[in-house]
Design a protein around this ligand. Structure first.
Ligand code: F6P
Length: 535
């Protein structure tokens, strides 16, 4: 009889108890086949899972869970384009956007729209598509939020050069300062406003779009039509703004916003980096898709990564997960992953609507490695609660001395998290510095680092469009596998709706000078804001 999810979880718990008190350091010395089994390759990236406090027997038990939840079938269903987003009755076909997966119809549909977007981006780059004043566009104001912003913003920051023919400014927040900053120094005559909104009803994007249109109108004598472009699944709404069909690019309901960077949503990125680079990004992602769809479970990097993350969350109750790229070009990566992971996995009920037995998605945080070392790494090394860490680094690129210093830090941090520093080692260090015994004893306990802190090391040869595509697709797939392990829907986000509704109502009351039905604290806050505003 097949093992059930509950039985598989029980087996994992039993193994975790047997392994209690043992760490990866211990497993690395005692398990002969550990490196062989824990070092995986996928789409040109190397994944080292050997520094997790999970014995090989623990990994085997986790693979038992993967089998019990039918991970292979779930991956195949995703790749086929089945309806996996059950609450909204939709497929999740981000793989098709980059020519991956098995859904030939959607692949062809995506390819046609992608080609249109790449052609248009090419015209912007060459200056053949001109502004209403017959000039080449020098800037794109990319207006969008959440998935319509974070992915393109990250890819642009990672891959664009200061010599790009078109510069991109991103505008997501409704903070008036955001608009000021995004348009500072821009000339409406040479600025194209690219509105990205799958729903075309997101309040922040609607307001920013209206303001951008007024800004264009104020600065342009002729019509502004040539200055407006949209990516949306609501072409009718874009048309209503006066945008002509040839400048409306289609998104589909079978791609979630946070999974959409591979599409025309990234038109502004295409204009900045060009067709070839963008296609390389897609190629990297497609290679990761192939790995994900084909590799056996124990050698499947996104699956194993999800199993380790599930272990820390469900078995040990670890609430946080740190992601640390040692790459300046990936400084926006944690922000992108925060949405991908927390909007996908921040759920409390199963797909069937039953309360979850264990909490799902962890809190994701992180930042660029060298800066993080001088900020939050103290908590990673000595905080009471162990926090699993993903360290991402690339072996080549740029000036050699800087590259090696960067890599030395990345590797050293993973090693320090693993091995820690005992009290005896701290005492020996202090004695070597000539400190007397009493002082050394008083100080040593502050220097102890427990070690045994789990990390995944992701190593690429060089950060380029292809490795970036592979890396981002890896995290998309890990997120999906985690959702299957938790038994939740990774593709809806009902939790973001209530705040939106309340904000709309509050804004209406504000304009009308009313105070509606609110709790006492909210009313007090409104009164205080009005007081500051002099009202
Ligand atoms: O924050 C909720 C959300 O729906 C995200 O999932 C989405 O990426 C973002 O808003 C923007 O949505 P849209 O592209 O429809 O404007």
């Amino acid at each position: 009889m097949a093992t059930t999810r509950e039985q598989a979880v029980e087996a994992i718990r039993a193994q975790a108890e047997r392994d209690a008190g043992r760490s990866a350091l211990d497993f690395l010395t005692t398990e002969e086949r550990r490196l062989e089994q824990c070092l995986l390759e996928g789409a040109g990236l190397t994944f080292d899972f050997s520094k997790h406090n999970i014995s090989l027997d623990g990994f085997a038990a986790l693979l038992g869970l993967a089998a019990a939840v039918g991970i292979e079938n779930a991956i195949a269903a995703l790749g086929r384009g089945d309806i996996v987003n059950l609450t909204e009755g939709r497929a999740a076909q981000h793989m098709a956007l980059r020519g991956g997966g098995k859904d030939e119809v959607r692949k062809a549909q995506s390819k046609a729209e992608l080609d249109r977007a790449l052609d248009f981006a090419g015209e912007l780059r060459s200056g053949t598509f001109t502004s209403s004043t017959n000039e080449a566009f020098t800037h794109i104001l990319h207006v969008g939020i959440g998935g319509s912003d974070l992915g393109p913003r990250l890819v642009h920051d990672a891959l664009s050069s200061p010599h790009a023919p078109v510069d991109v400014r991103f505008l997501s927040s409704v903070d008036p300062d955001a608009f000021e900053r995004a348009t500072s120094g821009l000339d409406p005559a040479t600025t194209l406003v690219f509105i990205v909104s799958k729903s075309f009803s997101t309040p922040e994007t609607s307001l920013n779009t209206r303001t951008a249109i007024s800004w264009l109108e104020a600065g342009l004598e002729g019509g502004i039509g040539r200055h407006l472009v949209a990516a949306t699944s609501r072409p009718d709404a874009a048309r209503a703004l006066g945008i002509s069909d040839d400048r409306i690019f289609e998104m589909w309901d079978w791609v979630g916003g946070r999974y959409s960077l591979w599409s025309c949503v990234s038109l502004s990125v295409m204009a900045a980096i060009g067709r070839e680079e963008f296609e390389r990004l897609l190629e990297g992602a497609r290679r990761m898709d192939e790995h994900f769809l084909q590799a056996r479970t124990s050698a499947n990097a996104p699956v194993v990564a999800a199993l380790t993350a599930w272990w820390h969350r469900a078995i040990h109750g670890r609430q946080s997960w740190a992601v640390v790229p040692y790459a300046t070009h990936l400084r926006l990566f944690p922000g992108w992953l925060k949405q991908l992971s927390m909007e996908s996995l921040g759920k409390s009920v199963t797909i069937g609507g039953a309360p979850l037995a264990v909490p799902a998605g962890p809190v994701v945080f992180g930042g660029e490695g060298p800066d993080g070392q001088h900020a939050f790494f103290q908590l990673l090394h000595q905080g009471r609660e162990a926090i699993p860490v993903d360290i991402i680094a690339f072996a080549c690129g740029g000036e050699r001395r800087h590259r090696n210093a960067l890599l030395a830090n990345a590797v050293a941090q993973a090693e320090a998290l693993l091995s820690g520093r005992s009290e005896a080692a701290a005492l020996a260090e202090l004695a070597a510095k000539g400190m007397d015994d009493e002082q050394a004893r008083a100080l040593a306990s502050h220097m102890v680092m427990p070690g045994g802190r789990s990390s995944t090391f992701i190593l690429g040869q060089e950060l380029d469009a292809e490795s970036l595509g592979a890396l981002l697709a890896f995290y998309e797939h890990q997120t999906f596998v985690l959702s299957v392990l938790f038994g939740i829907n990774a593709f809806d986000q009902f939790g973001v709706e209530l705040g939106k509704q309340l904000a709309a109502e509050l804004e209406r009351e504000w304009m009308a000078g009313e105070v509606g039905q609110h709790d006492a604290s909210t009313k007090a806050l409104i009164r205080q804001i009005r007081h500051y505003q002099g009202g």
